[in-house]
Design a protein around this ligand. Structure first.
Ligand code: SF4
Length: 497
C-alpha cells in the first residue's frame, strides 16, 4: 500500500498496533537527554527500581543551564548548578553517556546528535525537548516528549503513541539572494499559523527544499513545532548521505552500503495521499522577521508593523494589539526602522558552522553598530573549535562581537545570557514569546543574514540594505556556503576544563 515517509518510518517501528482506540507502541532508536527535563524521569526509575533499558541508544548533554563564559568555574546560579549536577549524577548512576561542559561534544542536544552521526535517516528520535523536530531533517520521525514519557523510554525504549496526520508542505521555486531556509520556515508559520500544524507530521518537499544543505534543512525542521506540528521531516537524499558519511556513529564499509540502500527507500510514494497539502513559492520570498510575540507574527522585512484596526479577525486583532504593546512598537511603523540593542547569533536553529560562516562572510572587515551588543554562540563545542580552526572567531572579535562557549545561551532565559527588561534583540533563535530571552525582553526572530546586517546597521536590516551604501555587499557569495562536512577534529579534544 502506498505510504508517506512518516507512515513508512512509523510502520517500521511498530512494536504493537493498538486496538479499540489504544495507542500504537513504537520502538525508539535514539533517546537524547538534557538537564531540564530528565531529573524527574530518572527519579521515577529510581523509585521503581528500574534501570535504563538501552544505555547504548541514550545520550545526554548539557545545554540549557550552561554558562557561555568562565565554563571552567563552578556554575554560579544555584538552580542551574543543581540541574547540571543532577544530570551528571544520574548519568553516572544509570550508565548513560554524557557530554559535559568542557567536552568537545558538549552542546545543544539538537546539534550534538547530528554532528556525531547518531541521528540517521529512518530513525525514531525523542528527547524531552520540543525542538527535537530538528532531527527530522535526516528523514526520521523525531519529536519532543514529556517527562513521564522520558521515563517510559528510559525504562522500555518504547513509547505508546496515537498515529499522527500527515501534511505535505511543498516549497516550489528557488530562494532569491539574501534569503535562507529561516525565511522559508518563518513564511510557512506566518501562512499556516502557530496552530496550523497541530496533530500533523509535516513533510517538507519540493525543489527549494531539495537544494538546501543539511544544516539549512535542520533549521526548517527545528521550527516545525512553532507551527504546532508534532514533527517535521525531509526525505533523505545524497545531501543527507554526504553529511553523514564518516561521522563517528555513521555505519562503515558494507554496513554503510546497506544503510544507504535502505535509506533510499525512505520517501513518500508517488501515489500516497497526505491529509493536507500546503504550497509556498520560495521565489517570492524576502527576508522575514517577526514583529510580535509568537513565531507566526512575522512579515517580510519591507513591510510595516500591522495596524490592529485593519485586522478583520477579532482574535488576531486582540493578539496583535497585545503583542505590539509588549514589543513597544507603533502600528504602521516600518519594520526596517526598528532599532535593536542586542543581536544574538546562535541556538539550535541557527548556531551551526554554516550559520557562523555565513555571518562571518557578511561582517568580515566591518565593525558592529556602536549601540548594539552582539553575541555569537556556537551550537556545540565542536562547532566552536571548527570556527576557531577556520579563523571565524577572529572575524567576530574584530567586528566587536562577544565570542562565547557553546550552549542554548540567549535562546531562553535559563542561564546568565539574558535580555534586560525592555531590551530588544534580533535573534536567530526560534521563539519570541514574552520573556523568552529574559523577563521583559523583546525578541525579533531573524535569519543569520538579517542578524549580520542588523548588527552593522543597528536596525532590522537585510544584506540588500547594506549593499545600498556599500556595493561590496552585493557580491557576497552566500549561496556557496555549506555546513557539511564538518572537518574531522580530534574526538578526544578537550575545550577547557
Ligand atoms: S537552543 Fe533554544 S530551542 Fe534549542 S534546545 Fe536550546 S533552549 Fe531549546
Amino acid at each position: 500500500m502506498a505510504g508517506t515517509l512518516a507512515e513508512k518510518v512509523w510502520n517500521d517501528h511498530l512494536v504493537r498496533r493498538g486496538s479499540n482506540g489504544e495507542p500504537d507502541l513504537i520502538y525508539i532508536d535514539l533517546h537524547l537527554l538534557h538537564e531540564v527535563t530528565s531529573p524527574q524521569a530518572f527519579e521515577g526509575l529510581r523509585l521503581a527500581g528500574r534501570q535504563v533499558r538501552r544505555t547504548d541508544l541514550t545520550m545526554a548533554t548539557e545545554d540549557h543551564n550552561t554558562p557561555t563564559l568562565d565554563i571552567d568555574l563552578p556554575i554560579a546560579d544555584l538552580t542551574s548548578r543543581t540541574q547540571i549536577d543532577t544530570l551528571r549524577n544520574n548519568a553516572k548512576e544509570f550508565g548513560v553517556r554524557i557530554h559535559s561542559l568542557g567536552d568537545a561534544d558538549q552542546g545543544i542536544v539538537h546539534q550534538v546528535g547530528p554532528q556525531l552521526g547518531l541521528t540517521q535517516p529512518g530513525m525514531t528520535v525523542v528527547c524531552g525537548d520540543s525542538h527535537t523536530s530538528t532531527h527530522g531533517a535526516f528523514g526520521g520521525l523525531a519529536f519532543g516528549i514529556g517527562t513521564s514519557e522520558v521515563e517510559h523510554v528510559l525504562a522500555t525504549q518504547t513509547l505508546p503513541l496515537q498515529p499522527f496526520k500527515t501534511m505535505a508542505i511543498n516549497v516550489h521555486g528557488e530562494l532569491p539572494p539574501g534569503t535562507t531556509s529561516k525565511d522559508i520556515i518563518l513564511a510557512i508559520i506566518a501562512k499556516i499559523g502557530t496552530g496550523g500544524g497541530q496533530g500533523y507530521v509535516l513533510e517538507y518537499r519540493g525543489e527549494a527544499i531539495r537544494k538546501l544543505s543539511m544544516e539549512a534543512r535542520m533549521t526548517i525542521c527545528n521550527m516545525s513545532i512553532e507551527a504546532g506540528a508534532r514533527a517535521g521531516m525531509i526525505a533523505p537524499d545524497d545531501t543527507t548521505f554526504e553529511y553523514l558519511k564518516g561521522r563517528p556513529h555513521a555505519p562503515e564499509g558494507a554496513d554503510w552500503d546497506a544503510a544507504v540502500e535502505y535509506w533510499r527507500t525512505l520517501k513518500t510514494d508517488d501515489d500516497a495521499v497526505f491529509d493536507t497539502e500546503v504550497d509556498l513559492n520560495a521565489s517570492d520570498l524576502e527576508p522575514f522577521v517577526t514583529w510580535g510575540t509568537n513565531p507566526g507574527q512575522g512579515l517580510p522585512l519591507s513591510a510595516n508593523v500591522p495596524v490592529p484596526e485593519e485586522i478583520a479577525d477579532e482574535n488576531d486583532r486582540i493578539a496583535a494589539e497585545r503583542a505590539i504593546e509588549y514589543m513597544g512598537l507603533t502600528p504602521g511603523q516600518p519594520l526596517r526602522d526598528i532599532k535593536v540593542d542586542t543581536v544574538f547569533m546562535g541556538s539550535c536553529t541557527n548556531g551551526r558552522i554554516e550559520d557562523l560562516r555565513t555571518i562571518a562572510k557578511v561582517i568580515k572587515g566591518h565593525v558592529k553598530h556602536p549601540d548594539v551588543r552582539v553575541l555569537v554562540v556556537p551550537a556545540s563545542a565542536r562547532v566552536r573549535l571548527q570556527a576557531e580552526a577556520e579563523g571565524l572567531d577572529q572575524i567576530f572579535k574584530d567586528f566587536g562581537a562577544e565570542w562565547r562557549n557553546a550552549g542554548c545561551s540567549m535562546c531562553l532565559g535559563m542561564n546568565p545570557d539574558q535580555l534586560a527588561p525592555g531590551e530588544r534583540s534580533a535573534s536567530t533563535s526560534n521563539r519570541n514569546f514574552e520573556g523568552r530571552q529574559g523577563k521583559g525582553g523583546r525578541t525579533h526572530l531573524v535569519s543569520p543574514l538579517v542578524a549580520a546586517a542588523t548588527a552593522i546597521r543597528g536596525t532590522l536590516s537585510s544584506v540588500a540594505d547594506l549593499a545600498e551604501n556599500d556595493p561590496s555587499f552585493a557580491n557576497l557569495d552566500i549561496d556557496a556556503i555549506d555546513g557539511s562536512p564538518l572537518a574531522p577534529l580530534d574526538p578526544n579534544l578537550i575545550v577547557q576544563v
